[in-house]
Design a protein around this ligand. Structure first.
Ligand SMILES: *[C@@H]1O[C@H](CO)[C@@H](O)[C@H](O)[C@H]1NC(C)=O
Ligand SMILES: *[C@@H]1O[C@H](CO)[C@@H](O)[C@H](O)[C@H]1NC(C)=O
Length: 252
């Protein structure tokens, strides 16, 4: 009751602000940014830890509707169990992250938790994931009960359906979609795409040339799906050898 009342009030306030032009945000002008990912893909943790937080700077988040979808290249097997690209630990952490989003629907609450877990993944320390509850002063029970009950699986099945319904279908992760359009291998330039899609009053985050990052990348890193065509496999093995060189290879 209380929270739905609060939501109604905040929707009313947001609309009031947009109609009165007090705030630069207008109703319906937010740009959607959706990240389809899996918890142990090293390129996903790199993106979440080193790139995605830019969306919280310079007022950008006020015009962005950020959604995280932790499923990625996971498959549902005939016996209704999940097969994750990086093994059982990945299925587990995907569910933990889905449960965190469910427990704390506010991005300002679940993003720090997912950022914390993915930082541990990035530093090859993810077995310490539970330390994120203490660090952020969040109640572990909400997430643990969800993971331990059917709730976690139910949430993951929803993310599976959402991922599998993507048009065009995702080819790898991280798969970043801005305003319904996948960014393919230019996902690291997501801010530029957000600013291109944004039609509202100017926000500082879009006026800065700092955000127009064009890096001279030789390889765009991503985790390919298993159902790769031979051409994609070639790219995949090139990436794998590059991964090994930079010592980023995931323990599958
Ligand atoms: C489900 O199927 C997979 C692959 O066929 C098998 O490895 C796994 O042990 C099965 N799990 C259960 C709980 O039956
Ligand atoms: C990460 O792992 C190292 C050992 O490999 C450990 O000393 C350190 O405390 C861990 N960090 C966190 C945040 O748990």
């Amino acid at each position: 009751m209380g929270s739905s009342f609060q939501r109604t009030v905040s929707i009313f306030l947001a609309c009031f602000l947009c109609f009165t032009q007090i705030s630069p945000i207008s109703c319906g002008e937010k740009v959607s940014l959706t990240l389809y990912y899996e918890s142990l893909c090293p390129y996903c943790s790199n993106f979440i830890v080193n790139y995605l937080p830019k969306v919280f700077k310079n007022g950008l988040i006020d015009v962005v509707d950020l959604k995280l979808v932790p499923w990625g290249n996971t498959k549902i097997q005939a016996n209704n169990t999940f097969k994750c690209q990086h093994g059982k630990a990945e299925c587990f952490l995907d569910t933990v992250e889905a449960c965190a989003i469910d427990a704390w629907p506010d991005l300002n609450e679940h993003f720090p938790f997912i950022y914390c877990v993915e930082s541990l993944v990035y530093h090859k320390n993810y077995t310490q994931w539970e330390t994120c509850f203490e660090k952020l002063n969040l109640k572990a029970k909400l997430v643990k009960d969800c993971v331990g009950s059917g709730r976690g699986k139910e949430l993951e099945l929803r993310y599976a359906a959402e991922t599998n319904a993507l048009q065009p279908p995702h080819k790898y992760v991280p798969w970043v979609v801005v305003d319904g359009q996948p960014l393919y291998d230019e996902y690291m330039d997501f801010i530029s795409y957000i600013c291109k899609a944004y039609k509202g009053a100017p926000v500082p985050g879009c006026s800065s040339t700092v955000n127009v990052i064009k890096m001279g990348r030789k390889f765009t890193p991503f985790c390919l799906m298993h159902t790769a065509t031979s051409k994609l496999s070639t790219i995949g093995s090139a990436i794998t050898s590059w991964m090994n060189r930079v010592n980023l290879a995931a323990s599958a």
